[in-house]
Design a protein around this ligand. Sequence first.
Ligand code: SAH
Length: 333
Amino acid sequence: MDPTPQAIRAALTAPDPEPLFAEARAERFRSKGNGVFLRGLIELSNRCLRDCLYCGMRRSNPHPRRYALSDDDVLASARLARDLGFGTVVLQAGENAALWTRQRVSTLVRRIRSETGQRVTLSLGERAEADTAAWREAGAERYLLRFETSDLSLFRAIHPGAPAEGPHPRIGMLRRLRAQGYEIGSGIMLGIPGQTLDSVVRDLLLFRELHLDMIGLGPYLADPQTPLGADPAPSEVPVSVGFTCRCYALARLLCPWANIPSTTALSTLDPAEGRIRGLSSGANVFMPNLTPDACRADYRIYPGKICAVAPQADSMEALRADFAALGLVQCEG
Ligand code: SAH
């Protein structure tokens, strides 16, 4: 893959995406083998202090029932991840430093490490350097923070409270996390109103420049309970499975080393085929939802979120059948 804006733009708009998908599949086998990593996603809480214009968890949305898991709930989900042979749990939550204090998260990370042996990835939003330093010290190894778009004026428009001046706050935080010794994950939404194709080209090149270890990409799904979703404006970037998979393929070719999940948002857009299409265009990770059943529907960042793969034996079977159809196998790590 020629890492130039012209070549990337051409791949995003070519009439037939199949050669791109085939090249990404070949690269995936070359660089990552035939394994699929499973990460257990544990959604700690939807009590968010931010007001992002696109997100159903935003503070001003009166509709969702708000919840927060107890530490013991989180440990029970992490034990389930261990029993299912996953290897890693991802702790994600609405941004809330009062609820997820430095001390509490440090203790949780230590307990998960010692009681379940699972590795820990954190996704708790924009947090102080001293917090993430303490969590690294406690044994967290990876941090996920999507920069959502590298277009600073669009980023500011959809994130009330983002600094009006200066560089992209999330890109700065990713660099600090890297310096603290984290593996870093980031990514974007595709099809945000006002997003341009050229900005997506720049986002893809930025993944490579940041040397991201993990890349999460999903379609933007309009939520009528949010200001952006209630008043949809056009986007040059399509909200579609095909376009999302082109971006997976380009991320794979530009960053062959990266772990790339087939995301829940993609499966929500196409419940029957989304997962398998993601995995056949370069993705090598899948993140089953291990949030306790009683809370799972409340972590509603967009409507219709499929609570992909409840961890019962039968849905694990469905997952393995998809892997087998693509010549892939579940792989611990
Ligand atoms: N508070 C954490 C987790 C946010 S939710 C953080 O800020 O990192 C995780 C991701 O969901 C976000 O990074 C965003 O890319 C995605 N998301 C939120 N609202 C969405 C929507 N309406 N459609 C698609 N993806 C959305």
